[in-house]
Design a protein around this ligand. Structure first.
Ligand code: FUB
Length: 327
């Protein structure tokens, strides 16, 4: 833990001393350098908490990463969508007893006066040539903090469940306080499970949702509620962002179409949040990392304003360079 705290302190100092104020044009500049290079972030999960700030919980790609071996999750916040504060690592697999790799897409929630981080993590290796030799396994953990900026501590020292394989968790709290956990899992898509009130485990069975007959491969689910309507959004086939709507958080869902096209045939991962009356889309892009020494595209978090039609449809969003700096 000492090692992690030192790392957090060092990163925050590096951020404030080296990078200075950051602007919110795309990709987002968090003002955080690691080994002299901008932190590579992906899988942004956005939330607005009681302090009026917007917090982003992201995963963190190692420089020039391969096969998504990832070690920690980061937190950033803003109160004006322009200047970002880097709070350092929210949690590292170094502090998770049951995993040593695959610090993938996290999400967060506020309940019972505490902040919770749900995080996918795992162990083993994926053998792409001989899948039968793969030992990779992933599960979902739950961590807690008194502060939205972390650091978070694994609450139960174990994944929420061991089977089925699961990653990409998303939490949604309905108006009655019930917490729902949506996730991605091999052959186990479109399930949701309720969380216990104390957030230390799941309550009841996995619920297979009625998706209205359309079930493409799904990653990174996200659920939000707007004007009484529930929205289930996801990177369909890992690529395009598409959505369903329903009048209940567990469906039945109606497919409504694509709201962001794919780019470079690469994965995307997103979240949707309302801040000061405006709806915002956070997502990641695969961009050339100029002057970094890495010869391939790397992931960076970006954001756009998101608009709705009068009847609740999401207006397709374009990737822009102005991002949230465009009023
Ligand atoms: O960042 C690792 C994985 O890539 C995420 O869990 C997926 O959603 C994809 O973005």
């Amino acid at each position: 833990m000492l090692k992690l705290n030192n790392l957090r302190a060092g990163l925050i100092i590096a951020s404030s001393l080296i990078a200075g104020p950051a602007l919110a044009a795309n990709p987002l500049d968090f003002g955080l350098l690691i080994d002299g290079k901008p932190i590579r972030t992906a899988d942004p999960s956005a939330h607005v908490w009681q302090d009026g700030r917007l917090y982003l919980y992201t995963s963190h790609d190692e420089e020039c990463q391969t096969d998504f071996h990832m070690r920690d999750w980061h937190v950033f916040s803003t109160d004006n969508l322009t200047d970002w504060t880097a709070h350092g690592a929210a949690l590292s697999v170094d502090d998770v007893a049951w995993a040593d790799d695959y610090a993938w897409a996290p999400d967060a929630a506020f309940k019972n006066g505490k902040y919770y981080l749900v995080f996918p993590a795992g162990t083993g290796v994926k053998d792409r040539q001989k899948p039968q030799n793969s030992t990779k396994w992933m599960g979902i953990g739950i961590a807690e903090s008194d502060s939205p900026a972390g650091p978070f501590k694994d609450m139960i020292g174990a994944p929420l469940w061991r089977s089925p394989y699961a990653n990409d968790p998303a939490l949604f709290i309905d108006d009655d306080g019930q917490v729902y956990l949506y996730f991605h899992g091999t052959d186990f898509d479109y399930r949701v499970v309720k969380m216990r009130d104390d957030m230390r485990g799941i309550a009841g069975d996995f619920i297979k949702m009625d998706m209205g007959g359309y079930e493409p491969k799904m990653e990174g689910p996200w659920v939000f509620k707007r004007d009484g309507l529930y929205y289930f959004t996801m990177p369909e086939n890992n690529r395009v962002l598409s959505y369903y709507t329903a009048t209940s958080p567990i469906g039945p869902w109606t497919y409504r179409g694509v709201f962001m096209e794919q780019e470079h045939q690469s994965n995307n991962h997103h979240s949707v949040v309302q801040y000061n009356g405006q709806w915002l889309l956070f997502y990641h892009r695969w961009l050339d990392s100029n002057n970094s020494g890495c010869q391939k595209r790397q992931r960076h978090v970006a954001a756009e304003y998101l608009h709705f039609t009068a009847d609740g449809r999401i207006v397709p969003a374009e990737r822009s360079t102005a991002g949230l700096s465009a009023k």
